[in-house]
Ligand binder design. Structure first.
Ligand code: GAL
Length: 411
């Protein structure tokens, strides 16, 4: 028996060594948000030393630039071997409905992933009987970041509601802090909006926006823009020119008190800036969203016509493995998508996110692909521009509803 097992092990090892050719991995994890991906690639190279890995990144938070490049490549018949895509509508509504992805159900069965991942997540990756990508993580969207020492210095505590937030903002302005909230480019403003919307509408109301039960023009939904406008008055005026990292930097450097950002900010502060979570920096659910975890999941898929299909399949196996996930996520600020990940490998932030993931009410992120089709999401930036220029809640609500009707949201 032992000998047999040894022989199988050797054979598997040899077949990994025999793997040659290239593997192009496409993502937006470039520069200072690259360490987690690089660690995973290193692991891949250890397992498949004969494969040349091309780490094709296109800089730009939330994939704002990468998604456009990917579109050209996919439509032009030149897909990367595998690419980063958010679980949910971003994946399904674009490349799956266009019949450009391979069904990975067989791989999920073979690797035992139907049991390894939460059912709700598998549902998010599924469409018409297929499972279409492999999740590498769970990120949380609704998080507020701050530096405890700075808040102590200013004599304020993390606000628990938006009303408290606005009051704290006034206090801080009186103390000379011009822009207590650090904000970045358009997509980060949408990111802030989804936290304000979740707080204003509650989880039920948030879900109803996406299943069509609640119209954007409903007074409850118009009220989201009213609060959002007040929150914007608390932010820096040069937001449009800042990346999400630069907005985080403002908090770290004490130029601002708060930033609302997904927990890749924890990855950036802990891994790139080498700050200690819980002491050097801290977090709370974004105001008014305690007990709710707004999730998103990064995943990798296998496009039809991938030039290096077997190498891509081996990458996907690593992405979905316990070893792969517990290598990637502690550096990334996210938690593993798998249910069997090892908490000891994670820092204080990761452990607190794991706890919340298990106990909180879960809803999906708009900005990061979970709840609305890309046809809606890609136009939401325009709604944001309309609001920024007009500061008119009703105008923004009307624009959002027009797009929702156009794309048939909830139908
Ligand atoms: C999200 C993505 C995260 C992180 C972030 C900032 O869309 O899911 O992993 O990369 O963008 O770029």
């Amino acid at each position: 028996m032992r000998k047999w097992l040894l022989a199988i092990g050797v054979a598997l090892g040899l077949s990994a060594l025999a793997q040659t050719g290239k593997l192009e991995i496409f993502s937006w994890w470039a520069g200072d948000e690259g360490p987690a991906l690089e660690a995973l690639i290193k692991l891949y190279k250890q397992k498949y030393p004969g494969v040349e890995v091309i780490n094709a990144t296109v800089t730009g938070g939330a994939g704002v630039n990468a998604k456009a490049v990917l579109k050209t490549r996919m439509l032009g018949g030149d897909p990367p071997d595998t690419f980063q895509v958010h679980a949910g509508q971003e994946l399904i509504g674009t490349w799956v409905v266009a019949d450009r992805m391979e069904d990975l159900t067989g791989l999920f069965r073979q690797e035992g992933w139907l049991q390894a991942f939460p059912k709700g997540l598998i549902d998010l990756l599924s469409y018409k009987g297929g499972i279409w990508s492999v999740p590498v993580n769970i990120h949380r969207s609704n998080v507020m970041w701050y530096i405890p020492a700075k808040l102590r210095e200013w004599g304020v505590t993390p606000p628990k509601t938006w009303a408290e937030f606005l009051a704290t903002c006034e206090t801080l302005k009186k103390k000379g802090l011009q822009a207590p909230l650090a904000l970045g480019e358009n997509w980060t403003q949408q990111h802030l909006w989804e936290s304000v919307a979740l707080a204003t509408l509650g989880p039920e109301g948030w879900n109803n926006l996406w299943n069509g039960k609640l119209k954007f023009t409903d007074p409850k939904a118009v009220a989201v823009w009213e609060t959002f406008g007040k929150v914007l008055d608390c932010a820096n005026k040069d937001a449009a020119g800042l990346s999400w990292q630069q907005a985080v930097d403002r908090v770290v450097q004490g130029q601002a008190a708060f930033n609302i950002m997904g927990d890749w900010a924890a990855g950036y502060m802990a891994t790139t800036l080498k700050l200690r979570p819980g002491t050097d920096f801290a977090w709370a659910p974004s105001p008014g969203t305690s007990g709710v975890f707004m999730m998103l999941s990064d995943s990798f898929g296998l496009p039809k016509g991938a030039k290096n299909r077997q190498n891509a399949l081996n990458w996907l196996k690593l992405v979905g493995s316990k070893e792969g996930q517990d290598t990637f996520n502690p550096l990334k600020g996210s938690i593993a998508a798998r249910l069997d990940s090892d908490p000891a490998k994670y820092n204080a932030y990761g452990q607190s996110a794991m706890k919340d993931w298990k106990s909180n009410r879960i809803v999906g992120s708009l900005v990061h692909g979970a709840v609305a089709p890309e046809s809606f999401m890609s136009q939401f930036g325009t709604v944001m521009e309309i609001f920024l220029q007009s500061r008119n809640p009703q105008a923004a609500a009307n624009a959002a509803q027009a797009i929702a009707s156009q794309v048939g949201l909830g139908r």
